[in-house]
Design a protein around this ligand. Structure first.
Ligand SMILES: *Cc1c(COP(=O)(O)O)cnc(C)c1O
Length: 386
């Protein structure tokens, strides 16, 4: 098909030309005397993106899921007890990873489409008077439902219970797109990946760790090898990596940090909010509902749209792709067939979004949704200042 694919899945996101050019180069010697310049242009600058002054940052050849594992095995011992919230597919997979790695996980089940409940977290931690629970696992932005949870409120709940558990936050679809305040929220392990807010291809797991998390490592006994922080810290401090790093992606990450910091993080967050609000206006104009029930927790990086009864969301996604070269996200887990997702994160502007919304609108009409062509696009234009 001529023209460009419209990539509106919530990850991978578009890779800007600038980042593509930064990665288009011959492979470097990762043991050269000048290699540390690259490492040092990345690891300390990642702190700003995570909202932290001093946290140690890591970059592993992996993806976001790999960072769930890295966060857990470096800070826990096999058999340790954890508390986790499950309100969507990524929460589910995080819990599943923890269980397969040998941890015992108490699960707080929430309605898919609602945010992590601080009250239930506080209650569960108060009930653990012996402080057996070593960590609380929460997804900041649940990419399956399009819900952003209030991590500050989760921190307040943990503090109110007077509980010492570490706070593990999956920020894979929020970090670098949404305001993330690791220090202020007392996040101990903040998890991200390269292919969402960082606008890179998949292949890097990105992690930030508090002093408490690093202290927990001293007595954590879980087996770990590839993801062991120890050799990584030792080598990173010299500007190197313990094994061959994906150098091309590191050049891309350096460029990504340049772009994010040049635009300015407050501007990046405001842009995501503006585009998300326009997308939500379109959905409302079509007469469809979002999976996220509480307007206050609707995500600025992804909108999960429920399809009307009798319409398979799979047909929306297939039609959009085949007819218009528009990639939308599928309904995941229990939302399979019932919802589709519009990703609006990363390297995106007003007209790209309007183009995608025009495509969604046309697709919905094609598959039999009763709507007025132009209604969603007009609502989005109005939201953008028309
Ligand atoms: C995409 C995503 C993941 C998984 O990341 P991979 O890079 O695909 O391993 C985990 N959590 C959330 C919230 C995500 O959006």
């Amino acid at each position: 098909m001529p023209g460009r694919n419209f990539l509106f899945v919530p990850g991978p996101s578009n890779t800007p030309d600038r980042i593509q050019r930064a990665m288009h180069r011959a492979t470097d010697d990762h043991r050269s005397p000048v290699f540390p310049e690259l490492t040092r242009a990345i690891l300390p600058r990642l702190r700003e993106i995570f909202g932290t002054e001093n946290a140690r940052t890591f970059v592993f050849p992996a993806t976001g899921s790999g960072m769930w594992e890295a966060a857990l095995v470096n800070t826990l011992s096999t058999g340790d007890r954890l508390l986790a919230v499950r309100g969507g597919q990524f929460g589910h997979l995080f819990i599943d990873s923890a269980r397969r790695l040998g941890y015992r996980v108490d699960v707080i089940e929430t309605e898919w489409g609602s945010a992590a409940p601080p009250d239930a977290i506080e209650e569960a931690l108060r009930a653990d008077a012996a402080h057996e629970i070593k960590g609380v696992l929460v997804v900041h932005n649940e990419t399956s439902t399009g819900v952003t949870s209030d991590i500050a409120a989760v921190r307040r709940a943990i503090d109110a219970a007077g509980h010492p558990a570490l706070l593990y936050v999956d920020g894979v679809s929020s970090v670098a797109s949404l305001d993330f305040r690791m220090d202020e929220w007392g996040v101990d392990l903040a998890i991200a990946g390269s292919q969402k807010g960082f606008m890179l291809p998949a292949g890097l797991g990105i992690l930030a760790t508090s002093d408490r998390a690093l202290a927990a490592r001293e007595h954590a006994r879980s087996p770990r090898a590839f993801f062991d922080f120890g050799p990584m810290i030792q080598q990173n401090d010299q500007g190197y990596f313990p094994y061959t790093p994906p150098v091309t992606l590191l050049y891309g990450l350096r460029e990504s940090l340049d772009m994010l910091l040049e635009e300015g993080l407050p501007n990046v967050f405001a842009r995501h909010h503006r585009l998300a609000a326009a997308c939500r206006a379109a959905v409302e104009a079509w007469g469809l509902s979002l999976c996220a029930t509480d307007p206050a927790s609707r995500s600025d990086t992804v909108s999960t749209v429920m399809t009307p009864a009798g319409i398979d969301s799979g047909s929306v996604i297939t039609t959009a792709y085949r007819s218009y070269d528009l990639s939308l996200g599928a309904g995941l887990g229990q939302l399979g067939g019932k919802a589709f997702r519009i990703g609006h994160l990363g390297d995106l502007n007003e007209l790209m979004l309007l183009g995608a919304l025009a495509g969604v609108e046309l697709t919905l009409k094609n598959v039999g949704v009763d709507l007025i062509l132009g209604s969603g696009v007009a609502a989005a234009q109005k939201s953008l200042g028309g």
